[in-house]
Every structure is written in C-alpha cells, then in structure tokens.
Write a new protein. Structure first.
Lengths: 118, 112
C-alpha cells in the first residue's frame, strides 16, 4: 500500500545537537510539507517543496533546514539554532499544486515524530 | 488572505449525543473544503471533503455541507461514540495555491 512514513516515532536530543527527521513517501507525490504541532496548538508550516531540488520556507523556518534530493524523500534537520525544538513534527505530501486537479486533493500525512530535548 | 475559523474547544459530549463543530472560511478563490481528524499521538487523516457549493461530504457517520452563501462547512454527526474523541481540523484549498489552509483544530471529548 502507498503511504508516507516518518521515522523515528520518538526522538530524544541533547541541547546543542542537530537531529534529522526522516520522511519517505511512495505515493508518487511531487509536493511535500513539514509542520510543527505544539500541545493544544494547530499546525505551523516549517518548509515545503513542490519539486525535487527546490523548497520554500514556511512560517517558522528559523532553526530548521531541509533537502529534496529525491522525489520520495524530504528530511528535516532540527539545528541547534532552534531554541525550543520539543514538539510533534508532521510530514505531508500531495500531488503537484499547479494543476486543476489539485482542487480535489488534500494532503496525506505521516504518523509523526515526537522530538524531545533532554 | 485565505483563512479558516473553527469553534474553540474542547467540546465535551456524552456518548450518543449530536455533534456540531462550526467552521467558516474566507477565500479569494473558489475553494475545496476538507475535514481532517487527528487521534492521539497520530498524524492527520482525511475525514471528508467537498469541492463545490452544496456538495455534502460524508464518512463514518460524519457529514458536512459546503455552504457558499454562508461560507461555512460545519461538521455534524448524529450520535457520537467514545472512539470519536480526537482533534478535528477544518481546511481549505484554492486552485493556484500551493498550500492547504488549516483551522486551529477543535478537541472533542466523548464521555461514556
């Protein structure tokens, strides 16, 4: 079955360390997204990518970095510059937005990674 | 800009009660509308959608009707179960926009 996989499910980081969260999809989707969710809060967009080798900052990109070297993969690195990284991170994918068909499509989400700074 | 406003939670109901979660939107284009559900510790799942005015989306006993005249997409269920306890997100997508706009979510608690 096609889907989107995030790993690991739980991640612990020491202060000052960089960590990378994995997101892989086999849905043949062009667009991928990273969101942050804090307890009791909604979704905040970190980065998104519509095509391989291209990505754009979202609303809260500071302290994060991404790469999009393959269509299937969109890893997120939480750097030591991110002052409050403890959160639940969600990856999503979608067909390419620049088509009329996009109006019928939502996102497919992964099951999330919970990052805790210790 | 485009936005989604949904009722604040938490919403607490007894099992078998009638549920309504209000959602209104503002959009410059002609959006598609979605409801997503997030169970504890999981990602979001698409619950239902509607792509044009007067469409009714439905799934698992939940329904929502796209009302263009009132710019609303309220989520309803006739008889809720404990297993419906989750966070519900209303969202919209406009042609030409590369992102979906989400509401802030409404937490639903169902008591046995």
């Amino acid at each position: 079955d096609g889907g989107i996989t995030q790993s690991p499910k739980y991640l612990f980081r020491k202060e000052g360390q960089n960590v990378t969260l994995s997101c892989e999809q086999n849905l043949n989707h062009d667009a991928m997204y990273w969101y942050r969710q804090d307890p009791g809060q909604g979704l905040r967009l970190i980065y998104y990518s519509q095509i391989v080798n291209d990505f754009q900052k979202g609303d809260i990109a500071e302290g994060y970095s991404v790469s999009r070297e393959k269509k299937e993969s969109f890893p997120l690195t939480v750097t030591s510059a991110q002052k409050n990284p403890t959160a639940f991170y969600l990856c999503a994918s979608s067909i390419r937005p620049d088509t009329d068909r996009i109006i019928n499509y939502g996102y497919t989400f992964g099951s999330g990674t919970r990052l805790t700074v210790v | 800009g485009d936005s989604v406003t949904q009722m604040e939670g938490p919403v607490t109901l007894s099992e078998e009660a009638f549920l309504t979660i209000n959602c209104t939107y503002t959009a410059t284009g002609y959006p598609s509308l979605f409801w997503y559900v997030q169970y504890p510790g999981e990602g979001l799942q698409l619950l239902l959608k509607a792509t044009k005015a007067d469409d009714k989306g439905s799934n698992k006993g939940f329904e929502a009707t796209y009302r263009k005249e009132t710019t609303s997409f309220h989520l309803e269920k006739g008889s809720v179960q404990v297993s419906d306890s989750a966070v519900y997100f209303c969202a919209l997508r406009v042609i030409g926009d590369d992102k979906i706009i989400f509401g802030k979510g409404t937490r639903l608690h169902i008591l046995p």
